[in-house]
Design a binder for this molecule. Sequence first.
Ligand code: NAD
Ligand code: UFG
Length: 338
Amino acid sequence: MKILVTGGAGYIGSHTLIELYAAGHTAIVVDNLYNSSKESLRRVAKIVGVDEIPFYELDIRDRAGLESVFAAHHFDCCIHFAGLKAVGESVEKPLEYYENNMNGTFVLLDVMRNHGCKNIIFSSSATVYGDPVEIPITENCPKGKCTNPYGQTKSMLEEVLKDVQKADPEWNVVLLRYFNPIGAHCSGTIGENPNGIPNNLMPYITQVAVGKRKELGVFGNDYDTPDGTGVRDYIHVVDLANAHVCALRAIAQKCGLGIYNIGTGHGYSVLDVVNAFVKVNGVEVPYVIKPRRPGDIATCYCNPAKAKAELGWEAKYGIEDMCRDSWNWQKNNPDGYQ
Ligand code: NAD
Ligand code: UFG
């Protein structure tokens, strides 16, 4: 298939490009490089053995620009990663988040429809469950109250996409609810490249290990979890990337609307992750216990059975692979893509 990949220069998009090429698909990237660089695409090209990945530096809210991309290519499907994703920043800049994520998707959907491309895979998030009413979380678990504008955009866009598919059943819409992606491609040449101080656990751990930060702050050790620290469903980004290839197969079979949890089904605490990282990589990760981070929940992990049954997808990598590959990327690229 010929796939439009919005946000394809970013962390998950760049890894997905590799799996798309491996599965024989063609991918065209649209990205405004707000949170990424062309270097990731150069490195993806090297990994997959092509001269370059077709790329348009374009904001998806630029309707005329997007129209011209669709005029030049006939796309079978869009994988829609483009969006702003920093939870804390979304609280400080709600308008920018609503504008970019909502409006960007509205323009994209309208242009897709105008050009007869009615297949989309959307990057949703476990955040739509809020503080989940069941653990492990199944797709039947009701959506919860999102505590930040970023999460609201994911939840609202899910509803928009459901309505679009309901109004016109020619649409095939797959909502992938990612749990906590970490890790990197085994080459160690592409990975997560956060700007400034990392918000997320694994990039913070790797920056402590490489000596860029003094110590990890563990946000709370008084949760109702086995060791008191927050429990999450970490998933290797390469497994996550593969879920998109499986979702494309469902789209080719005209799946209509599909909603899937994409996680491993295992919960690891903050200290489990730190200990696994130290053990696998033989490095030190000093940490101090800090107060809870506002908005955090105690436990979040999924039941990924539906994705296995309907998409034929399941995670292959474990927490030690994730820790090894995150470190391999960080130690080879202490300053990311710079
Ligand atoms: P990322 O920031 O690395 O990638 C997103 C890409 O989209 C970036 O390259 C950015 O430059 C681009 N972009 C943003 N707004 C754009 C616009 N208006 N026009 C064109 N390009 C634009 O993030 P990621 O971690 O790769 O996440 C990809 C998607 O998955 C996002 O939608 C994110 O919300 C979602 N998601 C991520 C996580 C996670 O923990 N990483 C978890 C759940 C869901
Ligand atoms: N944590 C720390 N110290 C840090 C960073 C995180 O102790 O410096 C803890 C958090 O308190 C939490 C766990 O590590 O218990 C994971 O935190 P992350 O920030 O890595 O991930 P979250 O589960 O909070 O959120 C992530 C994404 C969201 C997404 C959500 C569910 O950042 O965008 O997963 O998919 F919505």
